[in-house]
Design a binder for this molecule. Sequence first.
Ligand code: AMP
Length: 176
Amino acid sequence: MDLQQRIKDTIRDVPDFPKPGIVFKDITPLLQDVKLSADITEAFADYWKSFPIDAIVGIESRGFIWGNAMAQKLGVPFVPVRKKGKLPADTFSYKYDLEYGSAEVEIHKDGIKAGQKVLVHDDLLATGGTAVAAAELIKKAGGEVVGFSFLVELGFLNGIESLKGYNSKVHSLITY
Ligand code: AMP
């Protein structure tokens, strides 16, 4: 069976979480299958290995899982983007609108060096707001966004449209 099918067969759909009408794509069953989780890391690293990447930024919290694993495979640093108030040292922050209210994310000022080429990684692309926030933090730090990497893309939400402005590669292992 190919990797895409194995992932689709293993991801758990949880209806009405965290609120009615949302089908949550639960990736935790993938982590219980050690071989599958390792194959996912391999597939990400294989895809991005030919791109010039100096660092990988992973988005809290599920973006840390394969983001860091891929960074180790590619031999580049991993830099976390976290929700406001979680990172202890000096940060850049970026506020963005959600369907209801707003959110704010941060990155350590010394996480990215000026001129570095950076890959953004998260588990899932929905509307794209979170990935854009991470990209804006990278720009604030003086880095250049070279790509966006996701395990899952919810194509029907067209989040890819909001990433067009960065003129960089967008790759997802599976799309719904
Ligand atoms: P967005 O900013 O709309 O692209 O949302 C992406 C972020 O929200 C990612 O960090 C995802 O982990 C999370 N997310 C949004 N929708 C879902 C979903 N249906 N299932 C699982 N995670 C989701």
